[in-house]
Each structure stands twice: as structure tokens, then as C-alpha cells.
Design a protein around this ligand. Structure first.
Ligand code: GAL
Length: 728
């Protein structure tokens, strides 16, 4: 039985209400249930017997087998770099099984033994990210069929079918071999499953699996036709076999396909993990993910991973706003497993070779990027890659060891300095972040909004989907809290809201079953919910609610009716949100908007701000309504500038008396993040500005964990400085 298809009873937010999931649906996340008290104060280290922060990265000794002496040089350099953990064998299938059924693992024995000898750890990879050529040739089904029906060529990577029985069998076999050979090996500390799962295949196996999966979600073909609004343009299906996900423009069908791709990838991963867990049940498994990649609902992977891990290639380049967006991603990877420290599995120690202008890190920036991750809950800072390859696609990609080959490079020295610092941070291991604020990042809702034609066209995104700026919008709501040094969890709509004082749910377009009930029960008990334009429009099948927006029961609770949504032209620059005089959250001034404005009627809510111009001048732009002991805010437009978000967030912080990590004025570009546990509190102070900035700590005394310096009174932070301090 699969995850999504499993029937579940979940203890809901009220503690007394059980939400019944219909077949094919998940209505609440079990791990999220429970109050703050039931969550661990401190977590175990990633590797049970290694109570230190992990440091290291992707290492590809399989590429260097023809170059004698490199292995020994690598081991010596690893020690100098203060590294302790390496991901090995990620794309090594052709080296591990050069011919079908002939396994060559002697070279990997040398690698594993060498690591063990020095007390290093391996995240041993399953090699499924790149299949060997003989396999593509002999079993063409392992190669994907693209949306145009063409079988892909062998080359490249990440281009295998997730359903092919042959591929699944071959993966199980090689994984079982690896697990059997290295179980109990002192270097085997974790499993790195495949690499950056992504993409889809439209072969007959995949289409058949899709149709079978659809039957678990839709009780009958009639129900499916209703869910897809298939009467439109004569689209009704008469048989399951007629269903093809490549058929535009049925957005309900597209949405189910997106869900299925996630389901099938998770299922593929389970197939990978099964032989590993059978042989090595205590070795943690993870897979490396890509920020907020639009193609997979990462929430569903949290159930298969022992730890979450991701690959971060920010273009920080001295821009603190990028640092804030990066932080939101770190917070997301921590939140996916309820606060469990995650791994920054890949990052570049220098620059990449694929960004448009891969600028070198300025002095201080490497340490800062790494400590930013640690401050948000990473217990590992790892790189792509350890040694720079001499040929092929990534020969110009930053690495710890450059082609020059020594420890004398600036990059190596930066890495070694970071390694030395990490050794002083053992006390941070397993501590976590327990925010009072959460922001909702819901993949299915994002997909539904992106797939819906209108109310205006999407902007596209880095992942090529029309996502209507969902992630950017989340970032804009997140940033003010980061600037104030207030921790934020990044949850989904199925998460429990219990432990938060404030939940911000921008553009929560889709309301899945049970979400409104749980949200409102939480608000009634005192929670504060922020909703925005384009919220509560469709149910889980992407069918619009009747009875006015925001639907599904939110209209009554929010005390407003959003009658129409206006789509602004780029030249419509004069519309403004005007704060009402004496509004209780202290919002001031006028704020320009972009793209979306709704015509909202108050139905009981108080109006905190109105629109300035056009035919809806004077209508509400921001409202609040009481609901039980809590409140619902509704923002009816997309603010164009940060000042609105800053003012709104500051008002909420005051009203809810939210705790800041450090109660001092923070200059622009400076943030303070906090990890706590086991009775200790660590603060991560960062100055992302390219110039020195000062903080006034007053009488507060903070102790620098690295060198014992006491910080008090006026403290300066040089450009790109980060310090880890302990609060007494
Ligand atoms: C990652 C990938 C690595 C490497 C890296 C380069 O997305 O997992 O294998 O290609 O990018 O930045």
C-alpha cells in the first residue's frame, strides 16, 4: 500500500477530533500533531556515535582511478581541511558494475577502508542517478519517454524511468550488493539515495501506473469526470485507458499527474531503500533535494528520509535579500521533520560553473554561508565537490581541491578554517529552532494555482513552471521576520498549527479536506492567521468553491467577501494601500501594489487599510476579523515594496508579543538566528552587508563560542561577518 493511497486516521489539532482521510488523500501530517511540549528539546547527532557537525562533500574517486596517487593525496588533504564526511559513489554505477552482473567493488573497498582508517564517514550513495551504458542499450525501457513520445538517448543523468520493472530490479540488486558488502563497515554511516530526483516519464509502464493510481483516488470514472469538470469541451472519459496526462488543458488531470509523479518517485525511492534497510536498519537514509523544486512535492519525501538534505547554490554576492530567501529554504528543510537538524548536502566552496555570472566568494562569505545554514538548523555543511574533475561537464565547477592540487589555495584555506571552527561547535549539535511563527508552503496549492488559467498568466519560474510567483510571495512575507531576528517554520497546510502564535498563508489557493476546520479551530483557541488575495478558491480537485471567496468556510471566519480580482498592468503603478488612521496594528503610510488587487466587501471584519485609486478606491485592502480568541487578517493586494511587509509584520509582532532572538535594533542586512536545546541557547549573528555594521547589546553579555570573547555594549560586525555566541 502506498503513502498517498493509505487510509489514515490522524489525531487532529483539537486533540479530540480525528480526521478521516478518504482513500487517496492525506488530510493531516501525523508527525506534526502534538503540542510543543511533546517535541524533543534536543536531537541525536546525524551519526549516532559521532557527536559533531558534519563537514565534507561529494567525492568521486571513481573518476580518478587512472591517476595514481590521487587517493592518498585526497586523504591527506581531507585531514588538513577539517573534513569528516564524504558522499561517495553517486554516479559510479559504470565503475561498480561494468558489465551486467559483473560487480567490481575493490576500488570502493579502498575508498571505504581509507576513510575508516582516518575516522572519516561515508554517505554511501546508491548509483541510480546515472545508469550504465550497457543497461540503456540492452533494456531500452530504462530510458525515459518524453512528453512528445520520444525515447531519450542514454547520455546525461537523471533520465531513467521510475516505473520500469527492469530498472527497479537493477537498482534493488546493486543497492543490495552495496548494503551486503558494507554492512558493519566502520566508514558506512549514512546512505545517500540517488541524486536530486526529478522529472517524469510517459512510457506505457508509467501511464499504466498512473491509471492504476487514479483508481485509488477516484472511486469511479464518473467521479473522475466530475472532479476534472470533464463536461467542458466534450472531454468526458469513457474508459480509464483513454486517460493521458499529456492532454491539455484539463488542469485537474494535470494536477493529478503532478501528484502521481511525486507518488511514483517516492515509491521508486522506497524500492531503493528497502534492501538497504533490510541489511543496515540503523544506517540513516537521505536524498539530496533542490530548494523548492516545482516538480516534486517534497513534503511526501519526509516520510521516507531519516534526515532531510538539500543542495544550496545561492548567488549571495553581497545581497542580504538572497540570504533571507536562502534562510527560508533552510527553515523549510528543518520543518519538514518537525525541527530535526538537516544536512546542507551540497554547496559550492567557491563558485559554480552553471550560473550566469558565477562570482567568487569574497573573504568571509564562505564561512557566513555555512554558518547561516547551521544557524537555521543544519548539522552538516557539505560541498559539491571535494576534488575538481579534469574533464567533462563540471571541470570548471568550484571544489575544495582545485586542479592545482594543494592546500595552498584561498578556497582550501577558507574550507579548512570553517572545519576548524566547526570542531568548536559540538554543543550546537542536535539543538533546534522552535518558532512561534509559521509560513505555509503548500506544493499542491502552488501547482493548482500555476495550472489554473488566470486570473492572470504566471511568470514562469526557475523550474520552468508557471507558478504565479508563489515562492517569491512566500519570501516577501518571510523576510520581515528574518530582518527582525524572529524564527519561522515553513509548514504545509496539512501540518499542525498548534504550536504557533501566527500562521501566514499567502495565496493558499487550494483548501484540502480538513484544512479549514483545523485552521479555524486553532484560530478560535487564540491563533492569528494571515490570508491574502487568491486564497480559498478551489478544493483539492482544483474545482472552485461556490458561495464567494475565500471559500470553504473562510469567508464567514474572515468576515469579508472577495468579489473580484483585478489584474494590474505594468503601467498601473499608482494604486496604493492606504493605512487607516489609528489602525490597531500601527500600519502607516501608503504602499504601492503590483499585479493583484481584489474588490473586497467587509462582512463583519474591521478595515485596517483601503485602496486609494480607481473605481474601488476606499474599498478594503487589509482587514481583520475576530474569531473566538483569535484573529484572521486578509490582505487583498500584492504589495510592491518591502515597506508594507515590514510595517505589517512589525504590527503583528507587537500585537502578539512575538519573541525576537535578540531584543536589540538590527541594521539592514543583519540578522540573528537562534538554536537552543539541552538548556543552552546559541545565537548566530550575521552581517550580510558589504560594510561594517554595529549593534548595541546594552548590558547583555554574549560569549563567542569560537574564542571565548565576551560581547557586550556596542559590538561591530565587519562586512560578511558571522559569529556564533552563547547566551548566558
Ligand atoms: C547539483 C548536483 C551535483 C552537481 C552540482 C553542481 O545539482 O547534485 O551532482 O552537478 O549540482 O552545482
Amino acid at each position: 500500500m502506498t503513502d498517498i493511497g493509505r487510509r489514515r486516521f490522524v489525531q487532529g489539532a483539537l486533540g479530540t477530533t480525528a480526521f478521516l482521510a478518504l482513500p487517496g488523500r492525506v488530510v493531516a501530517r501525523p508527525q506534526a500533531a502534538g503540542a510543543a511540549g511533546s517535541l524533543p528539546d534536543r536531537y541525536p547527532p546525524i551519526f549516532a556515535r559521532f557527536p559533531h557537525l558534519l563537514h565534507g562533500g561529494d567525492w568521486n574517486p571513481d573518476q580518478w582511478r587512472d591517476e595514481p596517487g590521487i587517493l592518498e593525496q585526497d586523504f591527506a588533504l581531507m585531514e588538513k581541511a577539517g573534513c569528516n564526511t564524504f558522499s561517495v559513489g553517486i554516479f559510479a554505477w559504470a565503475a561498480l558494475e561494468p558489465e551486467e552482473g559483473r560487480f567490481e567493488m575493490g576500488w570502493l573497498d579502498d575508498v571505504m577502508n581509507g576513510l575508516a582508517k582516518r575516522g572519516f564517514h561515508a554517505f554511501l550513495a546508491t548509483p541510480s542517478g546515472a545508469k550504465p551504458r550497457w543497461m540503456s542499450e540492452k533494456y531500452e525501457e530504462v530510458r525515459r519517454i518524453d512528453a512528445q513520445g520520444r525515447r531519450e538517448l542514454h547520455g546525461s543523468r537523471h533520465n531513467h524511468c521510475f516505473t520500469s520493472p527492469v530498472y527497479r530490479e537493477k537498482v534493488r540488486t546493486i543497492n543490495a550488493r552495496l548494503a551486503e558488502r558494507y554492512k558493519g563497515h566502520p566508514a558506512l554511516s549514512g546512505w545517500h539515495i540517488s541524486n536530486e530526483y526529478s522529472g517524469a516519464c510517459y512510457c506505457t509502464y508509467c501511464l499504466a501506473a498512473f491509471r492504476a493510481w487514479l483508481k485509488t483516488r477516484h472511486p469511479s470514472l464518473d467521479a473522475l469526470n466530475r472532479a476534472y469538470w470533464a463536461a467542458f469541451w466534450a472531454q468526458k472519459f469513457q474508459s480509464w485507458e483513454q486517460i493521458d496526462p499529456r492532454e491539455a488543458p484539463m488542469d485537474g488531470l494535470q494536477l493529478d499527474w503532478d501528484r502521481f509523479v511525486t507518488h511514483q518517485t517516492v515509491d521508486f525511492m522506497k524500492n531503493e531503500v528497502a534492501p538497504l534497510k533490510a541489511a543496515t536498519p540503523d544506517v540513516p537514509v537521505t536524498t539530496n533535494m533542490m530548494t523548492f523544486f516545482g516538480g516534486l512535492d517534497y513534503w511526501r519525501f519526509a516520510e521516507v528520509c531519516d534526515r532531510m538534505a538539500w543542495d544550496a547554490y545561492p548567488q549571495l554576492y553581497g545581497d542580504w535579500r538572497v540570504a533571507a530567501s536562502l534562510s527560508m529554504a533552510h527553515d523549510f528543510y528543518r520543518t519538514m521533520k518537525g525541527g530535526l537538524p538537516f544536512l546542507l548536502m551540497e554547496s559550492t566552496p567557491s563558485n559554480t560553473n552553471w550560473q550566469p555570472t558565477p562570482r567568487l566568494k569574497r573573504p568571509g562569505q564562505h564561512r557566513q554561508e555555512m554558518l547561516l545554514a547551521v544557524g537555521h538548523g543544519a548539522d552538516a555543511t557539505m560541498y559539491f565537490q571535494w576534488r575538481k574533475s579534469r574533464g567533462a561537464f563540471e571541470k570548471m565547477h568550484g571544489a575544495v581541491v582545485d586542479h592545482e592540487g594543494s592546500d595552498r589555495t584561498r578556497v582550501f584555506q577558507d574550507v579548512a578554517a570553517h572545519g576548524a571552527l566547526l570542531r568548536k561547535l559540538d554543543a550546537v549539535v542536535g539543538t533546534t529552532v522552535r518558532p512561534e511563527v509559521a509560513i505555509v508552503n503548500d506544493w499542491e496549492s502552488r501547482w493548482a494555482l500555476g495550472l489554473t488559467q488566470g486570473p492572470r498568466q504566471g511568470q514562469g519560474g526557475w523550474d520552468g513552471r508557471f507558478d504565479k510567483e508563489y515562492i517569491r510571495t512566500l519570501t516577501e512575507h518571510y523576510r520581515p521576520f528574518w530582518k527582525l531576528g524572529i524564527g519561522v517554520d515553513v509548514i504545509e497546510s496539512l501540518s499542525s498549527f498548534d504550536r504557533y502564535k501566527l500562521v501566514v498563508a499567502p495565496m493558499l489557493f487550494m483548501l484540502k479536506p480538513g484544512v479549514v476546520e483545523r485552521l479555524l479551530a486553532w484560530v478560535k483557541r487564540g491563533g492569528t492567521l494571515v490570508l491574502t488575495y487568491l486564497s480559498g478558491i478551489v478544493d483539492e480537485t482544483n474545482i472552485v468553491f461556490r458561495g464567494g471567496w475565500p471559500g470553504g468556510g473562510l469567508r464567514e471566519a474572515a468576515g469579508i467577501w472577495a468579489e473580484e480580482i483585478d489584474s494590474l498592468l505594468a503601467t498601473d503603478t499608482d494604486q496604493r494601500i492606504v493605512a487607516a488612521a489609528g489602525n490597531p496594528i500601527g500600519l502607516a503610510g501608503e504602499h504601492p501594489v503590483r499585479e493583484y488587487c481584489e474588490r473586497v466587501h467587509p462582512e463583519g471584519a474591521s478595515v485596517l487599510a483601503t485602496f486609494k485609486n480607481d473605481f474601488y478606491a476606499g474599498m478594503p485592502a487589509l482587514t481583520v476579523n475576530r474569531h473566538g480568541a483569535g484573529r484572521l487578517y486578509y490582505l487583498a493586494a500584492r504589495p510592491a515594496e518591502e515597506a508594507f511587509h515590514d510595517g505589517f509584520a512589525r504590527g503583528l509582532v507587537r500585537e502578539l508579543a512575538l519573541t525576537r532572538n535578540l531584543d536589540v535594533e538590527l541594521p539592514e542586512g543583519v540578522t540573528v538566528q537562534k538554536r537552543a536545546g539541552g538548556g543552552r541557547i546559541f545565537l548566530f549573528l550575521h552581517n550580510f552587508a558589504p560594510r561594517e555594521q554595529a549593534l548595541d547589546l546594552g548590558g547583555l553579555r554574549l560569549v563567542d563560542v569560537a574564542d571565548g570573547t565576551v560581547l557586550t555594549g556596542r559590538v561591530t560586525l565587519p562586512a560578511y561577518a558571522s559569529r556564533v555566541v552563547e547566551k548566558a
